[in-house]
Design a protein around this ligand. Structure first.
Ligand SMILES: [Zn+2]
Length: 270
């Protein structure tokens, strides 16, 4: 499943092929996604020039004068830049065509979203409730300390709540807590200011390293036959139940928390 680093890499991968280009046509072959692809996309986007490509949480935003195209990759979505006459594969649902190039959306499970929004994007119902961006300067130790006061829920669940902080999924929450030396079940409100500082840094570092790892896949966005890679970093704890901790050798433990598997080292994390 594409997480924040994959979406950021997709954003960087497609931007040079999309920014400053004018849409000549839109082909919607399958409109049934998590939300239906609106008719306005094919009606209003052609003739518009994409001014900027950006990311908010796990949403890609293609800004044009008359509105914004919002794309979420769902569970299995991917984007590639191809010639518009490149043979269609199964599940190639939408093309946004820029003359001799097309941005092609592929999604076997169709849990993704492609929407067209004429108003300010921060008023979109999927964007408005999103929390703070973990890679923004506003997310830091003091912010985390303030936001967790009085919160009894486990710090791992706090990190994964998109209304609070966007884009920190199960893998990155587990890995960040390991880096910070904090047990996932620790009540959020009990963390000291110093531990909040360490955790905020660990979240940023974990995401940055994953984005760096994705940099090597940037060329896959153009002209390749395969999917752009969803990269798996070498994990410290995630998916390693029973295996020796890479830092101290203690077997990694696993526990279900909020319906998701959580992994931690009982020696390195307190
Ligand atoms: Zn350990």
């Amino acid at each position: 499943m594409p997480e924040l680093p994959e979406v950021e890499t997709t954003c960087r991968g497609i931007a040079p092929h999309v920014e400053g280009r004018t849409v000549t046509a839109v082909a919607v072959r399958e409109a049934r996604m998590r939300r239906p692809v609106p008719a306005g996309l094919a009606a209003e986007l052609p003739g518009q020039t994409i001014e900027a490509v950006s990311r908010r949480g796990k949403y890609l935003l293609l800004r044009a004068p008359a509105g914004t195209v919002l794309i979420h990759l769902g569970m299995s979505g991917s984007l590639r830049v191809v010639p518009p006459d490149a043979p269609l594969r199964k599940h190639d649902h939408v093309d946004i065509i820029f003359g001799a190039q097309a941005l092609r959306y592929h999604d076997p499970r169709r849990f993704g979203v492609i929407d067209w929004w004429g108003g300010p994007i921060e008023t979109h119902p999927l964007i408005a409730p999103l929390g703070i961006e973990p890679l923004s300067p506003a997310f830091n130790g003091p912010w985390l300390y303030r936001a967790t006061r009085g919160r009894r829920s486990a710090i791992k669940l706090f990190l994964m709540d998109a209304h609070t902080l966007v884009g920190v999924g199960n893998i990155y929450a587990s890995e960040s807590l390991f880096r910070a030396g904090i047990r996932p079940a620790t009540p959020a409100g009990r963390l000291s200011a110093a531990r909040c500082e360490r955790l905020a840094e660990a979240v940023k570092e974990t995401l940055r390293l994953a984005i760096q790892a994705g940099g090597s896949t940037l060329r896959d966005f153009v002209g390749s036959d395969g999917e752009p890679g969803y990269f798996q970093q070498e994990a410290f704890v995630y998916g390693r139940a029973g295996l020796p901790c890479r830092q101290c050798g203690t077997p990694i433990r696993q526990q279900v928390m909020g319906q998701r598997s959580t992994f931690w080292c009982p020696t390195c994390q307190h």
